[in-house]
Design a protein around this ligand. Structure first.
Ligand SMILES: [Zn+2]
Length: 316
């Protein structure tokens, strides 16, 4: 028979180790400093089970997102939760037994160590907060020098730039509709190719290279069908100054997508779309130098790279 002292020795503990009681039996939550007694027994607890039930547990899809990337995270055993990165809030919405959602990394977020904060309320009604370390990787941005024809002096007066309205839409959080997986709006291959990457820095007509392209450009023949990347509600469908004929779909829980330069829109505001439904046809309306789809994806108000979102490298 193996002696108790030998087992403790193998664990690196002396029989008189002061932490022994705490190692074997943990007092109930909130009772750490109280003495046990007939009305306050010690209770054995597993790491994620408190005296009131399971504690909230957070899972991240991965911890090394690029600038313009995203992290999927899920929270178990919680009634409500939200995530934060650099002060920005990201909604976490009910899924299959978990709260889940995405955290977007902005093009200007600094590379290096950072932390995603998760706060919420667990199943016992207690507030919780976690800080999950991540490391943001620098993206090497592509660049392009674009030449546009001079404006037609007989053209009608220009429309108001649409960006402020898009920013307001991207900041809205509605009930979740998205379901994994998301799909590419126009299937690549043959005459369909990536004609401009997300985050690209551009110059127009010989000007300086500035800014970051907010979407992915997919070059495709005029009239190619454009499909919604996921389930959602159409929240904008109109002719705009820069993106031309434009459709914006709200997928809920802070995730929205936009489809620009269309030759034709096929959906109206308020319409529900399913993943893969045709929202319009490829065109070259607005500020465009040839037929292509300009596809944006926004999460929590931050534009992220749709190709990274789809390529499986971010763990979702
Ligand atoms: Zn574009």
């Amino acid at each position: 028979m193996v002696s108790r002292r030998r087992i403790l020795g193998a664990l690196g503990l002396a029989a008189t180790a002061p932490g022994l009681a705490a190692l074997r039996l943990l007092p109930g939550a909130g009772a750490a400093s109280a003495q046990p007694g007939p009305d306050r027994p010690f209770r054995a607890v597993a790491p994620l089970v408190g005296t009131d039930g399971p504690r909230a547990a957070v899972t991240l899809s991965f911890r090394n997102p690029f600038q313009g990337g995203a992290v999927y995270l899920s929270v178990q055993h919680a009634l409500a939760a939200e995530a934060r990165l650099f002060g920005r809030a990201y909604a976490l919405a009910p899924g299959a037994g978990v709260l889940e959602g995405f955290v977007g990394v902005g093009v200007a977020d600094p590379p290096g160590p950072a932390a995603i904060g998760i706060s919420g309320v667990d199943l016992a009604g207690h507030a919780f907060t976690y800080s999950e370390p991540i490391t943001i990787r620098a993206t090497s941005w592509t660049y392009d020098d674009i030449w546009l024809p001079p404006p037609d002096p007989h053209a009608p007066p220009p429309l108001e730039p649409e960006q402020p309205r898009l920013d307001a839409l991207y900041a809205t959080v509605t009930p979740r509709q998205w379901e994994l997986p998301f799909i590419i709006p126009v299937e690549l291959g043959g005459p369909v190719f990536i004609s401009g990457y997300f985050g690209e820095q551009r110059s127009f007509n010989g000007g300086p290279r500035t800014g970051h392209h907010g979407g992915t450009d997919i070059g495709a023949p005029m009239g190619t069908p454009v499909r919604s990347t996921n389930y959602g509600t159409v929240v904008l469908s109109e002719l705009t100054l820069v993106r031309g004929e434009l459709v914006v779909v709200d997928h809920g829980a802070g995730v929205l997508s936009c489809y620009g330069h269309l030759s034709e829109r096929r959906v109206a505001v308020g319409e529900q779309v399913r993943r893969g439904d045709i929202v319009g046809l490829v065109g070259s309306t607005g500020l465009s130098s040839g037929p292509h789809l300009h596809w944006e994806l926004s999460v929590g108000g931050v534009l992220v790279d749709g190709l990274r979102w789809l390529d499986g490298t971010q763990g979702f």
